[in-house]
Design a protein around this ligand. Structure first.
Ligand SMILES: C[S@@+](CC[C@H](N)C(=O)[O-])C[C@H]1O[C@@H](n2cnc3c(N)ncnc32)[C@H](O)[C@@H]1O
Length: 259
């Protein structure tokens, strides 16, 4: 049996409108209000995930648990560009992130990528994220708290121009405007043999990162982008959606060597 807990993040799915309400149960007192009526918190706690639940006006929602994808795409308060799920999943895989690892990141931005790292790292892992703008530190902290991931992430309100305090970490991910300025000091914090990932939106920036790599102890460099096309879900009229996010970012990966 799979029921929500006091701090579960649940999703009320409106089948008629295809709309999603995402709620952290620890943030509501007695009831949750929708435009179709209210639902008591106790009723949510007593409903199994996957079952229907009704408001006091008899309007039906389906109770699901909110995934990190739901949270990032629907609930995260965005003050910056974010790393999209299609890129985040590949970044995790290429950086070879495992539960219990220690990972460095900059900047925290809105905390989208931090949330993905935190979910994989788990309570025995640690993400330390450097961010130079205080308003982004505050907003990202709030976002991570809303998805119960704040304990795994330490956000330092610091510029990475002087490098990172931590050494010998398992992976580093850099998503800042001018990464090439910081890569020398950044690589110093990585364990030998481990992977550095850099995300930039333009190909001009890719060029500058590759030039910076020429003077650094890294090899096995690659550059890629990920295209993700959604399709209509009408079984009789199968075709891609008209509109697509054609470009989000270029991803660059390299391994540190200690010869
Ligand atoms: C595009 S956002 C990062 C988005 C984030 N990866 C996410 O998924 O939400 C870039 C962030 O890097 C921060 N930043 C830029 N240069 C920095 C530096 N030198 N040191 C620390 N943070 C920096 C910016 O303030 C901004 O918050």
């Amino acid at each position: 049996m799979n029921y929500p807990k006091e701090d579960s993040i649940v999703l009320l799915y409106d089948k008629k409108k295809g709309k999603k309400h995402i709620i952290n149960l620890k943030d509501i007192n007695n009831a949750y209000s929708t435009s179709n009526g209210t639902i008591k918190k106790d009723a949510i706690l007593q409903t199994e995930f996957g079952k229907a639940i009704k408001t006091h006006l008899d309007y039906e929602y389906i109770l699901l648990s909110a995934t990190l994808n739901d949270f990032i795409m629907k609930k995260l308060n965005r003050l910056t560009q974010i790393v999209y799920p299609k890129d985040a999943a590949y970044i995790i895989f290429r950086l070879d992130i495992k539960p219990g690892d220690t990972v460095l990141e900059s900047g925290v931005g809105s905390g989208a990528m931090s949330a993905v790292f935190a979910q994989i790292l788990g309570e025995n892992g640690k993400l330390i994220s450097y961010e130079r703008r205080e308003e982004f530190v505050k907003n990202a902290s709030k976002n991570l708290r809303r998805f119960n991931l704040d304990k795994i992430v330490e956000i330092k309100h610091k510029d990475i121009k002087d490098g990172f305090d931590e050494k010998d970490v398992d992976a580093i991910f850099i998503d800042v405007k001018e990464p090439w300025l910081y890569l020398g000091k950044t690589v110093e914090s990585l364990k030998c043999g481990k992977t550095l990932g850099v995300l930039v939106p333009t190909i001009n920036q890719v060029s500058l990162v590759l030039k910076a790599f020429e003077n650094l102890p890294v090899l096995d460099i690659d550059v890629s982008e990920i295209l993700h096309r959604f399709w209509k879900t009408n079984a009789e009229r199968l075709r891609p959606l008209d509109v697509m996010s054609a470009h989000t970012a270029f991803l660059i990966f390299a391994r540190k060597v200690c010869l």
